[in-house]
Design a protein. Structure first.
Length: 167
């Protein structure tokens, strides 16, 4: 009987070890260091007719997207600072605001904020946009964003403002 238990314990340890090894080997899929170059190459790969451009580039492009000093504001600022925190990603969105999934522009431009009487992104008056104002030390409502994390750099805040203005 003692041998049976030892064999069972050994099998359990082996299964756990294999499971842990598989999880560690799968890892993170990684990130693109120069996403804008990938998007341009992907658009050119379709023969240059423009139909092959990724949906992300068409729906969320603007100043600070794929070029200039700001790069892709969604990928560089929104994803790690707003969506990567578990707050404004595709699942469990706070204030019903997803700033990560494709179509950010459609979800924020001209759309009223939830819980705060202001437009999320107003290209005609970017400084009044709730997304921008929530990045300032004294937002019009609630806490400054990102919540419980260091504030964005002045450059990142300026890039968000430029992105809103370009929409």
């Amino acid at each position: 009987m003692r041998t049976e238990r030892s064999a069972s314990a050994e099998v359990t340890r082996l299964v756990w070890g294999m499971t842990l090894s598989a999880l560690l080997l799968t890892g993170c899929p990684g990130t693109l260091e120069h996403k804008e170059r990938f998007l341009v190459d992907a658009g050119e790969a379709g023969g240059g007719d423009g139909d092959a451009a990724p949906a992300h580039a068409g729906s969320d492009a603007g100043a600070g997207a794929a070029g200039g000093p700001c790069g892709d504001v969604i990928a560089r600022v929104f994803v790690p600072s707003c969506g990567g925190t578990g707050c404004h990603g595709p699942t469990g969105t706070q204030q019903d605001l997803d700033l990560v999934s494709p179509g950010v522009r459609e979800r924020v431009v001209g759309v009223p904020g939830t819980g705060c009487a202001s437009t999320l992104a107003d290209p005609s008056n970017p400084e009044a946009s709730l997304i921008y104002r929530k990045l300032l030390p004294a937002p019009p409502c609630g806490a400054p964003m990102p919540l419980a994390r260091p504030p964005l750099s002045d450059q990142d805040v300026a890039c968000v403002l430029a992105w809103i203005a370009a929409q």
